[in-house]
Design a protein around this ligand. Sequence first.
Ligand code: NAP
Ligand code: 3JN
Length: 341
Amino acid sequence: MSNLKHVAVVGATGAVGVEMLRCLEERGFPVGQLTLLASARSAGKKMKFKGEDVTIKELTPDSFTGVDIALFSAGGGISRDFAPHAVKAGAVVVDNSSYFRMDPKVPLIVPEINAADVKGHQGILANPNCTTAISLMALYPLHQAFGVKRIFASSYQAVSGTGAQAIEELAKQSREWASENRAWDAAKLDSQPHVYPHQIAFNAIPHVDSFLDNGYTKEEMKMENEGRKIMHHPDFRASVTCVRIPVFRAHSIAISAEFEKPVSVAAAREVLAGAPGLDVIDDPANKKYPLALDIAGRDNCAVGRIRLDCALDNGLAFWVVGDQLLKGAALNAVQIAECLL
Ligand code: NAP
Ligand code: 3JN
């Protein structure tokens, strides 16, 4: 590969794709040529990159001629159907979907944790699920110090995790409630939801992704499955409940972790303070802890509410927040691409 890369972004118009362009630009990724790909609906429209208009093209099997790096963010079906065409054309694919994540031939990367795994790639690299990636930004340094056995966790996930249509659904429902001058106890709207199975405004829906036979959702099981692969820890166990909440941007995760070795709050804080890509915001007496509204738009994840878990031996409870469009998707994908340079 020469110094300047021909980069393609598949799903460029989506919530993640837009952030990918911003990350490429802000991080000074050496883009020599940029190809923006989306569905036929978007073909011919323009997006800005470094102040210049770039015309979006329809994704086809022939879209990847001359492309060095293809960032995919258009869902698993598109990755399944088109990533092999990109690889055949000579590109290295960084895929945001779950389609290749558990394939033993495909490295699954959080650069702060397992950048060294990149070198084993055979044309495709996978970006983890956002809730998993954000959780591991705090959990992995603790694992290195104390050896994690298992976690119990609940997530509080923003609607932008579902994509552009879900952002619009929350905005529309919020406007509907406000414009009708409804009372607080008349929050159930007359309009039908389209994206989620229930109204998301003023609600908490314990249902992210589809349900599996074991009663957990696919999103919930990603924490254990992807966590094992990224941390090289085949015995890691995770019991997770994922909840969608009416927040626009940034996922929060409450984690109780049980470790092999004794852990103290002071030792944990010292470990977390030295972890790359992670800020410690932990001063509850002064009402300081990570908040989705503050972390939205920031590259670093943040951890707070660090305390000994009162129901586990060698246990620590903490709260992690990260912008799932950035560290959970676009930023992590661009960081993986940087590992290829
Ligand atoms: P989104 O806002 O709904 O955007 C979907 C993108 O895919 C759009 O650019 C869309 O293009 C494109 N697309 C849809 N059908 C296509 C087709 N037939 N051919 C080519 N392009 C097509 O979704 P998103 O939130 O950006 O997420 C995209 C994917 O990223 C997810 O499916 C998931 O696998 C992964 N991901 C998302 C997040 C997150 O936090 N959102 C986190 C981790 C991973 P048009 O505009 O032309 O329809
Ligand atoms: O729902 C969220 O907050 C994150 C969504 C992630 C997502 C959405 C659709 C398909 C994924 C993912 O990255 O795990 C997938 C997928 O499985 O590809």
